[in-house]
Design a protein around this ligand. Sequence first.
Ligand code: DPP
Ligand code: ZN
Length: 876
Amino acid sequence: GQIIHLEDYRPTDFVLERVDLTFELDPKETKVEARLILHRREGVDASAPLVLDGDELVMTGLLLDQEELAATLYDVTDDTLTIRGLPEAAPFEVTITTLLSPETNTKLMGLYRTNSVYCTQCEAEGFRRITYFPDRPDVLAVYTVNIIADKKSAPLLLSNGNYLGGADMGDGRHFAAWFDPHPKPSYLFALVAGDLGVVEDTFTTLSGRDVALKIYVEHGKEPRASYAMDALKRSMKWDEDAFGREYDLDIFMIVAVSDFNMGAMENKGLNVFNDKYVLADPETATDADYANIEAIIAHEYFHNWTGNRITCRDWFQLCLKEGLTVYRDHEFSADMRSRAVKRIAEVRHLKSEQFPEDAGPLAHPVRPTKYREINNFYTTTVYEKGSEVTRMLATILGRDLFKKGMDLYFERHDGQAVTIEDFIACFAEVSGRDLSQFSLWYHQAGTPLVTASGVYDAAKQTFTLSLEQTVPATPGQSAKEPMHIPLRMGLLLEDGAEADLSSVTGADITGDVLHLTERKQTVVFSGITSRPVPSFNRGFSAPINLHIEQSDDDLALIARHESDLFARWQALNAIALANLVSATADVRAGKSVTVERALIDGLIGAAADDTLEPAFRSQALSLPSEADIAREIGADNDPDAIHTARQQVLKAIAVTGRETFLRLADEMASKAAFSPDAESAGRRALRNAALTYLVHGEDNPARAAEAFAAADNMTDLSHALALLAHRFPDAPETAQALATFRKRFADNALVIDKWFAVQATIPGAGTLDRIKTLMTEPLFNGNNPNRVRSLIGSYAFANPTGFNRADGEGYRFLAKQILDIDPRNPQLAARILTSMRSWRSLEDVRAGHARNALKEIVSATKLSADVSDIVERMLK
Ligand code: DPP
Ligand code: ZN
């Protein structure tokens, strides 16, 4: 594919007024008739042709104003249909007939079949696989959709908007018509047809309109959709309360399908979901599953305003809807759950997924300026960093001005396809602030590094802070400008009180936000009565790396006394990370590992502190991951040494904390019936964290096996299974638990995904053979994206020692799998390949093997644009 540049954007030559679509559904040969009403945009040359996008289409008819078009007036290429000789000013009608084969559409883009259900996925460029069309987000039109299908196999016929009516056709088929009054881009089109069960409810909006809510799932799975329904109603209410946004159709539908490339899709009025993010009950879903369902139901619903009513001018603006909508779903979850615990989980995710992306060959700005394959830009940078940028805007402006800016955005741009500049202009206008420096967050890739050091002058009672920021070079961007970094902070005094920050020179401070805007800034605080311990980046107010020389004692003080709970966790995490890095160096030097007292005391102290909520204590106990340690080390990584070091630290904490962990395992055990609420989930998390330590402090699997046998919900069951498999992979107890689990859940694909994932993440070189055997298992299905992600994705993304085998076999295996998946489902192949994004930070031998595996992929004869884009950027 060729490279698309932001600077080349220009509006279409033709304006699309209306779209009428008729589908005659058939698994092998679906006929689509698309009637497009268009007119030439004012000022466009009268000879300019109409160029429509297409992808793997078979066209069997082409009419202009109902007349067959002469062959001399149009051309068809692999990806376009060009029509010449069109009216100069008057509207005209183009009618295109195409034939599709949903059954053989393994790319899962456009119209495809999943479990005998017809389903569509059009974002980003899937609509062009249905008909020739101006398939870009700035072409907004009103759609009417007629669906004709076999009545028996497809009793349900759904599309966007409101239901107009339907009828029996007398020949075993029936038809339904839908009309969506809201102009929309083609990527929000959806059609679903099939035989599904439904869960129904209603929601009354703030202005008193009743909206019918329907969640469609496979027959028999209806009870497992009730949590999703509850989450939907809470989302609708929250968007009214928090953002004043009301729903705008008579009906809101969600369909859960089992073959889906992404998490979910926000099609207008008809969201389509990966069933993983809809279906839940205590027996089959973990607390993490419940939290994900709540967040993703909210996310897709919130898109109705941030994405659908106001959409993107072009795909470079993807963060306009995604970053903003992630921010909104984060705020929703924070309001539904514990804000601090939610923030810790978000930051863990950001650091483990987005920071490595931003530090490697795939780094790109939140708002990129070029792409080859847009599917490859649905990244953690666009989503998660995009959300953080929105959060910083709210931090800088303050709650009221941020809200005013959002209100202006909704009012001014409703019904439009806009840009990041349009969005920022609303906030600049309501606040009177110049946000041009802040906007660099959208344009400069790379995680900024802030270094800080402080000097206390007891005689003058001043504290002088020297701050410096650098933004690392990233592909295509060598020199960077200083950014506006809003750093929330506090100065903790010896008695645990907080210093007043108002007497300051060298920086603007609003509340507890220090505005770092220069490359170097010297900030002097006066009236500081004792040597202060600075606590930076409270609530992770800015997505940065922070380097500050701080003693374990000072960090421990923050961990005990900070008013910001997130900052307490951050301090504990900093103590742990430094210790894990030095332990790794110890292992590589052949020395015994030192575990600092501050770490052991800090963790056990937090765990034992009954004044803190259990969910927070479980987060405090959860050590940085092996990937976190590798990222902190940065270069020349040996995953085996990291694993050994981490295991030894874990064991030392386990031994010292044994009494505490025994107490927690007992006290946190639930006697009540299962409830998925955040508080109950927090108790389970703390109990399982305690169990993890206990099991690591013992050398037999009895405790984990007992936990497995006693578990009465999936959170506890899958945790016990992972403890057994990861700590005692070869024990008979493990083999037995795996067999029991498989037998019990063989009919439940989502649970079997967990069974594959737990085995794919067993540490050590031996896991590759296990995976090869699992691929021959009858339950393995290489065509189902969830299944492929659970086995191959988990191995490549979440098994540092297993995947990064010193002999390179893990990389060679992955290369082979990528080449196997790519022809069927390029999007899936490209996504899994990004697991190798940090290969350059490995030690030389492994890095050499990784490079060779990537070269093997790049030299394959036929690669999709998706995979070749990723592999070429990774080798550059
Ligand atoms: N379905 C994806 C999301 O909601 C892409 N829009 O983020
Ligand atoms: Zn989204």
